[in-house]
Design a protein around this ligand. Structure first.
Ligand code: EPU
Length: 425
């Protein structure tokens, strides 16, 4: 199992490009299953999570090939086995987003029920509610969700809000099922995340009729079949935000290419409050640290609010601010595995329910730390860049799930990270 040795402190300077979005790519890969034939997706990053999803699609009976030009070709001519097995779903819960497209295309699907994960319980009740309202019969057998619609699906008006607001993959699943349903579907309280909008654009490029894209009310007029597509996924706003926090935290100045700041207004707003300059230019932006890091409060919310997927990285940043900040987590109230690890690096953090009080310190001190989930690991890596000494981040496979060769890309802008084999399991 690989570890990172990170020497700090460093000051990041230079240019880094953001890759295609992981969380847009996964549901879009699932969407290609709706249309018989070969679809080609451009910009899908090379990540462990994408490899898991590729395996999942292949075992349905659809060959997936990474072409020489880097595009991902998925041949969904035939689907022999509409099943998402436990072995794959337990590795990556996003596998659940094959439910909607396979139900719509095959009239039956079995997917292992995802369990909890490091960031919380993560139920799928809203996915199932939406599919039931489209006419699916759903039951649970031996840990598998079995969904059937032998007569096809029928459009419906569906309220998809839950106790924590909208659901990203739930909206994706119901939308993908509804594009082939008879009649009109309205999804109210739909997730507005740019990744959901990207999926809707891809579906429309396949011939679907989805309107209200990017708003909480999606209208979907069902059609009888879709065609394969060539589609480019959007850049990863969470990766961009991670680079922004890293630049700010190291007193650096970094130009971030392929960065859609329009999709990141809440993040840019918080950075400016922290005293960081963000200037949009061309297809990217320049992020420059100010004289000092000013404390700021952050509350995570569904889009367009501040994303939960950047909460850990911004907590690392605020840990070095000149005063007290409060970070409140409203999407996954238990998503705080990084708190204890950052504390090992001399951050002054106190967890109170779903909030963390951050008392800024002048310096972080390197320590051996353990990555627990993708975004928590990213927070530890950027804390390591700013900390004094050599930080060892164990279990970096978590970070490889969502960031492509992060150490090489950060090293090109001034980081000193080496990847070594071994480390604490
Ligand atoms: N929820 C329910 N019932 C459901 C579904 C969700 O109560 O049926 C709750 C969740 O427990 C949570 C909230 O609704 O409290 C929002 O969860 P959501 O369904 O939106 O999360 P998700 O779709 O499973 C995606 C991303 C996550 C990201 C969240 C929130 C992908 C593959 N995953 O998950 O990304 O944190 O949306 O924005 O798109 C990551 O990339 O590190 C990651 C965890």
């Amino acid at each position: 199992m690989d570890v990172f040795q990170i020497e700090g402190p460093v000051r990041l300077r230079g240019h880094v490009d953001v890759n295609g979005s992981k969380n847009a790519s996964l549901p879009i890969m699932a969407a290609t299953l709706l249309a018989p034939g070969r679809s080609t997706l451009i910009g899908v990053p090379v990540l462990a999570d994408i490899s898991v999803f590729k395996k999942l699609i292949e075992q349905l009976g659809c060959p997936v090939e990474r072409q020489e030009d880097g595009a991902l070709a998925i041949d969904a001519t035939k689907i022999d086995n509409p099943v998402g097995p436990y072995d794959i779903v337990r590795q990556m819960r996003a596998s659940v987003c094959i439910l909607g497209p396979l139900l719509a295309r095959c009239g039956r699907v079995e997917v292992s029920m995802p369990g909890g994960c490091a960031i919380g319980d993560r139920p799928i009740d809203l996915h199932l509610l939406g599919l039931r309202q489209l006419g699916a019969q759903i039951h649970l057998k031996a840990g598998y969700v079995i969904a059937e619609a032998p007569q096809g699906l029928k459009g419906a008006s569906i309220f998809l809000g839950g106790p924590f607001g909208s659901t990203v993959l739930g909206t994706a699943n119901v939308m993908m099922a509804a594009v082939l349903a008879k009649g009109r579907t309205i999804i109210e309280s739909a997730a507005c995340e740019p990744e959901v909008a990207d999926l809707a654009h891809c579906l429309n490029a396949m011939g679907a009729r989805v309107s209200g894209i990017g708003s909480p009310r999606l209208t979907i007029d069902g059609i009888s079949h879709l065609h394969p597509v060539q589609y480019r996924v959007i850049p990863d706003r969470i990766e961009a935000g991670t680079f922004m926090a890293a630049a700010a935290m190291t007193g650096g100045e970094v130009h971030i290419g392929h960065c859609r700041t329009d999709d990141m207004m809440a993040v840019v707003d918080r950075l400016r409050n922290i005293g960081v300059t963000v200037e949009t230019n061309g297809d990217g932006c320049t992020v420059a640290a100010g004289e000092r890091l000013v404390p700021a409060d952050i509350t995570t919310q569904p889009y367009p609010g501040f994303p939960t997927d950047l909460q850990a990285q911004f907590m690392a940043l605020l840990a070095m601010a000149d005063g007290n900040s409060v970070v409140v987590e409203k999407i996954f109230p238990d998503r705080f595995m990084h708190v204890a690890e950052l504390t090992r690096m001399a951050a002054n953090l106190r967890k109170e329910g779903s909030a963390v009080l951050v008392a800024g310190v002048k310096r972080l001190i390197a320590a051996p730390v353990m990555a627990s989930d993708l975004r928590a690991s990213a927070a530890l890596v950027i804390a390591g860049l700013a900390a004094e000494g050599t930080t060892t981040v164990n279990r970096v496979y978590h970070i490889d799930r969502g960031y492509e060769r992060i150490e090489e890309r950060l090293n090109r802008i001034g980081a000193k990270i080496t990847r070594e084999e071994g480390g604490t399991v």
